[in-house]
Design a protein around this ligand. Structure first.
Ligand code: R5P
Length: 265
């Protein structure tokens, strides 16, 4: 692997632990001003200092993130449909040239295994990897879920493995029962999305279970920025990801941090 590629990967996944806490705030690319991200700059500012990497789109990066902030960027470069349309009909939205101009550490694209437009999305990923490889830019494949497919180990292993076979450097997927099977059969690091907002204690358990079953970290959005205590939540998730903090201890930590904040208000 060339130096540029290795250097960028080491900015995304911390070499000290081999793990990452990626903060996902790219949801607007198909959801518009979703809850918690109505004013992205306000959401991102207090959290960015605790993220190993920030996942977002070109527009939000330019408009809402101070360029002097020292955080690696995972740029979402796929899109083109909204929640009202056929989501699997995505295409590439940002050129590698522009991604490089923004000094990104990686680019991300969704694939839709099992969807009607599966082939289009997989070949789109392959094209992106071919181009990104030329400049040493890692590609994160986001395994989205086809309408008829369950989020189980069988389906997620299929989607993750195909992404890795095409050359993705990191794969993002969902947590599931027998998650270790998904990780084992995917030869590149797997990170988990948090999914829809769930109670904080459950998100803590989810993070811990994913990490102890082999995830290289989280690429988490709503369970952080939609929490009533987003800073306490991201700090807690960091401790789980980088220090294997157990769920009970993590829950105590979350409550302590949340109460400290309340006491200050
Ligand atoms: C999908 O909208 C994006 O790829 C998100 O980055 C991803 O789903 C992770 O965010 P969350 O933890 O909210 O699921």
């Amino acid at each position: 692997m060339d130096w540029g590629m290795s250097n960028r990967l080491s900015r995304i996944i911390r070499p000290e632990t081999g793990r990452t806490v990626m903060l996902a705030v790219d949801h607007g690319y198909f959801l518009g001003p979703t809850s918690g991200l109505e004013e992205p700059a306000k959401t991102i500012a207090p959290l960015v200092g605790y993220a190993d990497c920030l996942m977002l789109t070109r527009g939000i990066l330019r408009a809402c993130v101070d360029p002097s902030v020292n955080v690696p960027i995972m740029l979402r470069v796929s899109g083109g449909r909204s929640i009202l349309g056929e989501l699997s009909d995505e295409g590439t939205t940002v050129s590698i040239r522009d991604a490089m101009r923004m000094n990104v550490s990686g680019v991300a694209m969704s694939i839709f295994v099992g969807a009607e437009l599966e082939r289009k999305s997989l070949l789109g990923l392959a094209d992106l990897i071919n181009e990104a490889e030329e400049f040493g830019i890692p590609v994160l494949a986001v395994t989205a879920v086809g309408k008829e497919m369950n989020r189980d180990a069988r389906y997620l292993s299929l989607a993750c493995r195909i992404a890795a076979e095409l050359g993705a450097h990191i794969v993002k997927t969902y947590y599931c029962d027998e998650f270790e099977k998904v990780v084992k059969s995917c030869p590149v690091p797997v990170v988990i999305a948090g999914g829809k907002k769930i109670p904080e204690r459950e998100a803590i358990d989810l993070s811990y279970n994913a990490i102890t079953r082999g995830a290289a970290g989280v690429d988490m959005g709503r369970n952080i920025f939609q929490s009533d205590h987003p800073v306490a939540m991201i700090k807690t998730v960091r401790e789980i990801v980088h220090k294997d903090l157990t769920p009970d201890k993590a829950w105590d930590l979350f409550n302590t941090l949340a109460n400290e904040k309340k006491a200050k208000v």
